[in-house]
Design a protein around this ligand. Structure first.
Ligand code: ADP
Length: 339
């Protein structure tokens, strides 16, 4: 599909280049051939006026014929050179147009590939719980000795799968809407942001007896959407708790450098293997530790959404991890007075 578009765009660029080249060549030909005629005529006139002689008429006819021959030859030379130049421009322009068309379409091609991969991954994730539900329900229906309690168990299992599906579709919708939603941009106090996020994950932390240690710097603010930024920080804190052992600590620190408000979340949990680190912000990526950890279920969309939110705020996010010892996620947001 993209090859055809590249060829079409190449033809379009080349048509423009050739139209310009032919236009200039025609103009050059018209002007130059006029100049040649004028120049040659002037020369022969000098010869003519300088020879008042009885033989003049014969000489004049001869000169006239020679003049036309010179003009014809000069014009032919001009046409040959202009045609050669246009052929060179056609070949060079073709190569250049093709390179330019490829370059123009590359970002669109990449976005298209990402989108296709995303749709394929989403379909795959959606299919798994749907298939599980279908098979289990079919088996239950085919069972002639299906009791009320067995049927209830089946329905409960279906609800579990439906909950997973709803988490997944919420995540997908979140990603799709991030680019198009309206933002409520304002000065955001980072202390308020940290506190609001802690409040949201506190029940989960308490249930796991994980202690959240805040160390919040004073007078730090950024410019953004409080709700979105809270969603981002909640995701990071939620992961920190989710991948931490029972009765451990999670540190939340906020400070600044010359250009950024910095939010740092450190846990003492499972950590992330080096080879997983470059991928954990990718959509649907789940490291092996999360698959084997029975308490940690998810679809690998949380950090992708968090990263998109940080990027929307012109910030960036990094992670450092010591496998088996813990991880530190660091979010850099622009300082309010530098936005
Ligand atoms: P999930 O829903 O699987 O948690 P995320 O996008 O939030 O999806 O995280 C992607 C993966 O990154 C997780 O599956 C997990 O393997 C890894 N991860 C994220 N945060 C942590 C953390 N604090 N400690 C260890 N691994 C983490």
């Amino acid at each position: 599909m993209f090859h055809k578009t590249i060829v079409r765009l190449t033809a379009f660029y080349l048509a423009i280049i050739m139209a310009i080249s032919i236009f200039f060549s025609l103009n050059l030909y018209t002007i130059s051939s006029g100049e040649i005629r004028r120049g040659v005529t002037r020369q022969t006139q000098i010869v003519e006026t300088g020879s008042p002689n009885p033989l003049f008429d014969t000489v004049s006819d001869h000169l006239q014929a020679q003049r036309e021959a010179i003009i014809d030859e000069a014009n032919n030379q001009l046409i040959f050179r202009l045609a050669l130049t246009n052929i060179i421009i056609l070949i060079g322009g073709g190569i250049l147009s093709y390179a330019l068309a490829r370059r123009t379409l590359r970002p669109i091609q990449e976005a298209h590939e990402t989108q296709s991969r995303f749709v394929a991954d989403a379909s795959h994730e959606l299919r798994t719980p749907i298939s599980a539900m279908k098979i289990e329900t079919e088996v239950a229906l085919a069972d002639p000795k299906l009791t009320a309690s067995k049927a209830k168990k089946q329905l409960a299992s279906n609800i579990e799968e439906l909950d997973k599906l709803s988490t997944l579709t919420d995540g997908l919708l979140r990603l799709a809407r991030l680019d198009n939603q309206n933002y409520n941009l304002e000065q955001v106090d980072v202390r308020d942001l940290a506190q609001a996020s802690i409040d949201k994950v506190l029940p989960m932390a308490e249930a796991k007896k994980v202690l959240i240690n805040p160390a919040l710097g004073d007078n730090l603010s950024t410019y953004g959407d409080m709700q979105l930024l809270t969603e981002m920080l909640v995701t990071i804190l939620d992961n920190a708790i989710k991948y931490s052992p029972v009765k451990s600590e999670v540190n939340l620190k906020t400070f600044s450098d010359k250009q950024h408000t910095i939010i740092e979340v450190t846990d003492h949990g499972a950590g992330i293997i080096d080879t997983d680190i470059p991928h954990i912000f990718d959509r649907f990526y789940r490291a092996d530790n999360s698959r084997t950890d029975s308490g940690a279920n998810g679809y690998g969309l949380g950090l992708a959404i968090a990263k998109d939110i940080v990027h929307l705020h012109n910030g960036h996010i990094t992670v450092k991890s010591d496998y088996g010892k813990g991880s530190t996620f660091t979010v850099y947001l622009p300082l309010y007075n530098q936005v």
